[in-house]
Design a protein around this ligand. Structure first.
Ligand code: KIV
Ligand code: ZN
Length: 499
């Protein structure tokens, strides 16, 4: 049985998804979750893209010990230099360089002749090889490339020392049959391909990323590139959880396995949705809320008689805890800490202290606290929110026949600052008052989302705001049983990040 390498690119391609940029702490938390999943390779970022990307790759190299850390680079020396520099502290490191091979990319984007592309692949793979033994070459837009030319490109990369060659379906154009034909062709026509890892990287523009990846695996691919929850450019990448559970559930069909600890799938998925402030689609395969629930009577009857009538995998196999636990006023710190560990959170002592304080305050307002509440409290952008400004108190006045007004008092370096403003509704009024108080650069409120963390009148409300400043956008998050308070905290939190 072949072992398929799982290459996760949540921190690079996933981060390229609209509104999915992450901060250092969030990236580290995700990298540690990927290590717990036992991902073979973590693509930690694109070192040359920004100082932030560079530093987060460096930091991830310091904390992750059991997965190979990979840094992306265009096929130019300065990118490869930066990729290598960012990886210096990694226990196991890979440089991943890419150059497109499709006619449209070569002519319009690269403005290079095919011969020049081959020369550059040869030169840049050799350049990367001087730094590290583990080098991956990706033929960007491979699936719209001429297959004979693609074969020459991969052969050139292998001759120059690439140890992994990747066939990306960059624009999500391919079909499963075409993947199979392409991989068969390459395996029969590229000299040396049997000595390296053949990889695929599929995008989901036509909803076929997972199907294409699994088809490629049947045709001999040894590495699949994917992301948690299928995040990624445009419609996203192949979803790690779907690929892995596909392979695990149909092991005998694919005759393959992975090194992934599937019980870490659910916690990792929740963590990524939570950190990015994205709601999990309820019907998402594997990790959606409905994935293991049976509504129709006939299904319920079958499942009660024998789970396998309608269930092809168990909730436990993805780490979905069935023994739902509830907490309240009398719950101790240790029990909370233990449950968070079971839910996949690895919080520091300091974070647990802060979380427990918030937990105690919450028990004054909400009698029963469940896993979803704990996860909301554990979110680092809430727990770790230690901005320069904090909410001290607020008053709002609103109604359908008065102009809404808000008085906001914020604490800043032991000083209390107060402002009043009017607005179109209580939240607009509060945000106008906060804008007067916080010296943030010019910005616009791009998005405002509110949802309830659990059911019931006393549910926690979670507000996520996206604030744009030039070409940068930040997320602010607020949590409270009072939705006006949650809205204010989210905005202050977002502006703190901007500052
Ligand atoms: O989609 C793509 O082609 C990529 C490459 C950089 C591998 O993300
Ligand atoms: Zn991609």
């Amino acid at each position: 049985m072949r072992t398929i390498k799982i290459f996760d690119t949540t921190l690079r391609d996933g981060e390229q998804a609209p509104s999915c940029s992450m901060h250092l702490n969030e990236k580290i938390e995700i990298a540690l979750a990927l290590e717990r999943l036992r991902v073979d390779v973590i693509e930690a970022g694109f070192a040359i893209a920004s100082q932030g990307d560079f530093e987060s790759i460096q930091k991830i190299c310091e904390v992750v010990k059991n997965s190979t850390i990979c840094s992306l680079a265009r096929a130019v020396p300065k990118d490869i230099d930066a990729a290598y520099e960012s990886l210096r502290k990694a226990k196991s490191a890979r440089i991943h360089t890419f150059l497109a091979t499709s006619p449209i990319h070569m002519q319009y984007k690269l403005k290079m002749t095919p011969e020049k592309v081959l020369e550059t692949i040869d030169a840049m793979v050799r350049y990367a090889k001087k730094y590290l033994p583990d080098v991956e070459y990706s033929a960007e837009d491979a699936m719209r490339s001429d297959k004979e030319f693609l074969a020459r490109a991969l052969e050139t990369a292998i001759a120059a020392g690439a140890t992994t060659v990747n066939v990306p379906d960059t624009v999500g154009y391919a079909t499963p049959m075409e993947m199979v034909e392409m991989l068969n062709y390459l395996q029969n026509n590229v000299r040396g391909i049997e000595n390296v890892t053949l990889s695929v990287h599929c995008h989901d523009d036509l909803g076929l990323a997972v199907a294409n990846s699994l088809a490629a695996l049947s045709a001999g691919a040894g590495q699949i590139e994917c992301t948690i929850n299928g995040l990624g450019e445009r419609a996203g990448n192949a979803a790690l959880e779907e690929i892995v559970m596909g392979i695990h559930t149909r092991k005998n069909y694919y005759n393959c396995k992975t090194n992934i600890d599937s019980t870490q799938i659910y916690p990792s998925s929740r963590l990524v949705y939570n950190l990015l402030g994205l709601p999990a689609p309820i019907n998402k395969a594997i990790v959606g809320a409905n994935a293991f629930s049976h509504e129709a009577g006939i299904h319920q009857h079958g499942v009660l008689a024998n789970r396998e009538t309608y269930e092809i995998m168990t909730p436990q196999s993805i780490g979905l805890l069935e023994n739902k636990m509830v907490f309240g006023k009398h719950s101790g710190r240790h029990a909370i800490e233990q449950r968070l560990t079971e839910l996949g959170y690895a919080l520091s002592k300091e974070d647990i202290d802060k979380l427990f304080e918030r937990f105690k305050k919450l028990t004054d307002k909400k009698k029963i606290i469940n896993d979803h509440d704990l996860e909301a409290l554990a979110n680092r952008s809430v727990v770790g929110a230690s901005g320069a400004f904090t909410l001290d108190r607020f008053t709002v006045n609103c109604g359908n026949y008065v102009t809404s007004s808000a008085i906001i008092r914020l604490k800043h370096e032991d000083k209390l600052l107060e402002e009043v403003a009017i607005g179109d509704g209580p939240i607009d009024a509060a945000y106008n008052a906060i804008d007067k108080l916080m010296p943030a650069p010019e910005h616009i409120l791009e998005d405002y989302t509110i949802f309830s963390v659990t059911e019931g009148n006393d549910a926690l409300g979670e507000v996520i705001v996206k604030i744009r400043c030039g070409d940068k956008s930040v997320i602010g998050r607020g949590l409270s049983t009072d939705i006006i308070e949650a809205s204010i905290i989210a905005y202050v939190n977002g502006l703190n990040r901007l500052l």
